[in-house]
Ligand binder design. Structure first.
Ligand SMILES: Nc1ncnc2c1ncn2[C@@H]1O[C@H](COP(=O)(O)OP(=O)(O)O)[C@@H](O)[C@H]1O
Ligand SMILES: N[C@@H](CCC(=O)OP(=O)(O)O)C(=O)O
Length: 369
């Protein structure tokens, strides 16, 4: 298993803000960035393709803006990202150029993964960059993202990029060398070298960020490993200093095995890449039909509609107690649905016209969570 990343072919490497900034979080650590690029360039020049997902735009903007710490309000975060992203990519450009390699900046918003057309467009761009021998450097487009539509942390974004480019592995670089079974700051916590299934995490206390510049902490990294796993890719979690050794197959960091059974790419996209625009609440019978018998969702089983959405949007499908049981693409808008609730398709076709005989969510567009 440790060797699986050696022959991954195409690798997504995500580096967190905490690995790229000085200890006080106020400046870009150009030496650390250079050390990262040395390892990635060697990999690239050995024939593998690398997509780098780099955080650090906001952190890199702190110094130039004369701030003393990571801003908390959105407008200043966006201003810091605007200044810092330029500095970040300029530093990568210079570092990769030392190895004769070129980089391409790819800034994505949550919409680029939520909307299927944007998703295929982003995939095409990344494929072309890789074909051309470029190292794509991906980040969230922080300057235009708002609170409602943010990825927020880049761990999930990196896992989605794994799926987008069909990568053979994901590497998450952070400021700790591995996942620990308790907060690393707490004495006695031990490294978890291998996570084979989610049960291996039962005895692990997974916490939030430990630095002043990071955002997701371990929670989002473990989730990201899960998403990459359903796409069939193993995830290595470690720190920059251990990267070269780990990629050579040494026992460093934490390796997350891919899931035993993977789902189809469209269903993975629905489950992980989409952001629900609303909710459909079901009665118990409909929950059973959808989750156990895997049928399409019909209007008769829907009791409530929450949110404003258009036909074709992703929505959460919920049990009567509010638990999200599935995600699907709805075929009616939130304006059309209320008068249809609890009614049979035959009734609806008779009263409203044949266009109303269709299901609310077709089983092919529904993924049970
Ligand atoms: N069980 C755990 N094992 C390791 N680290 C943990 C754990 N729980 C919480 N953490 C914290 O997660 C931090 C890494 O996340 P974060 O600060 O968001 O980094 P990044 O900027 O690399 O995304 C570590 O510094 C550590 O303090
Ligand atoms: N897109 C943001 C990343 C946000 C962030 O802090 O992410 P991370 O360090 O990966 O937890 C940036 O470039 O500053």
């Amino acid at each position: 298993m440790r060797d699986s990343l050696r022959g991954a072919g195409r690798l997504v490497v995500k580096v967190g803000s905490s690995s790229l900034t000085s200890a006080d979080g106020g400046a870009l650590d150009v030496d650390a960035l250079g050390a990262l690029v040395d390892v990635l360039a060697a990999r690239r020049l050995a024939g593998d393709q690398v997509v780098l997902v780099s955080s650090g735009a906001i952190a890199a903007g702190i110094g130039p803006l004369g701030l003393t710490h990571r801003p908390t309000d959105l407008a200043t975060q966006q201003a810091a990202a605007s200044v810092g992203q330029g500095a970040l990519v300029a530093a990568y450009q210079a570092a990769f150029a030392r190895h004769g390699l070129s980089v391409g900046q790819v800034l994505l918003t949550a919409d680029d993964t939520t909307r299927r057309r944007h998703w295929t467009n982003a995939r095409r761009t990344l494929e072309r960059l890789l074909d051309l021998g470029i190292v794509p450097i991906v980040n969230e487009n922080d300057t235009v993202a708002t609170h409602e539509i943010r990825f927020g942390d880049n761990d999930r974004l990196a896992a989605l990029v794994v799926d987008l480019v069909g990568a053979g592995g994901l590497v998450l670089l952070t400021d700790v060398d591995a996942l620990y079974d308790g907060p690393p700051s707490q004495g006695g916590s031990r490294r978890v070298p291998y996570v084979g299934t989610s049960e291996d995490l039962d005895a692990v206390t997974i916490g939030g960020t430990g630095s002043s510049v990071g955002s997701g902490g371990m929670v989002t990294k473990v989730e990201a490993a899960g998403i990459a796993g359903t796409a069939g890719a193993p995830t290595l979690l470690t720190r920059l200093a251990d990267l070269a050794g780990a990629l050579a197959g040494e026992d460093r960091g934490t390796l997350f095995a891919p899931a035993a059974a993977t789902t189809g790419s469209r269903k993975r996209w629905l489950a992980h890449a989409t952001t629900a625009r609303g909710r459909l609440v079901l009665d118990d019978g409909a929950v059973r039909a959808v989750t156990e018998r895997r049928t399409s969702l019909l209007p008769a089983g829907v009791t409530d509609v929450v949110g404003t959405f258009a036909a074709g949007d992703p929505v959460d499908v919920c049990a009567p107690d509010g638990r999200v049981v599935a995600r699907g693409l709805v075929t009616y808008s939130s304006g059309e649905l209320p008068r249809m609730l609890g009614r049979s398709t035959k009734d609806l076709a008779r009263d409203l016209g044949p266009g109303y005989e269709r299901e609310v969510v077709h089983r092919d567009d529904l993924v049970v969570l």
